[in-house]
Design a protein around this ligand. Structure first.
Ligand SMILES: [Zn+2]
Length: 103
């Protein structure tokens, strides 16, 4: 699992480098096509990484120890500190600071 995560992060870093290179090409040679393609690839990689994160991250309740998938809207909007997020535990039915659990 961790290896898959590292591959996704490398792909995102490569797409950012591609955007930088394409923007330099655009500035020096005034060719806009590589820049447009690189922006599209970067947006795709961001969406890809977000979907990967949603599908692979579970949360563990600090009180009851229940491990669960959070709702997608909660993942994006809930307050968080490092690897903890304030999401609703389905077992306790209360909002808690739950720790991320990677499979
Ligand atoms: Zn709980």
């Amino acid at each position: 699992m961790k290896k898959k995560y590292i591959i996704y992060m490398i792909l995102c870093a490569v797409s950012v480098l591609f955007v930088v290179a394409a923007s330099i090409i655009y500035e020096k040679l005034n060719i806009w096509i590589p820049f447009a393609v690189s922006i599209a690839l970067m947006l795709i990689s961001i969406v890809w990484l977000a979907v990967f994160y949603i599908k692979n991250v579970k949360y563990r309740c600090p009180d009851c120890g229940y491990v669960f998938y959070a709702k997608t809207i909660e993942i994006f909007l809930a307050p968080h500190i490092a690897t903890r997020k304030r999401v609703k535990c389905p077992s306790c039915n209360r909002y808690k600071w739950c720790k991320e659990v990677w499979e």
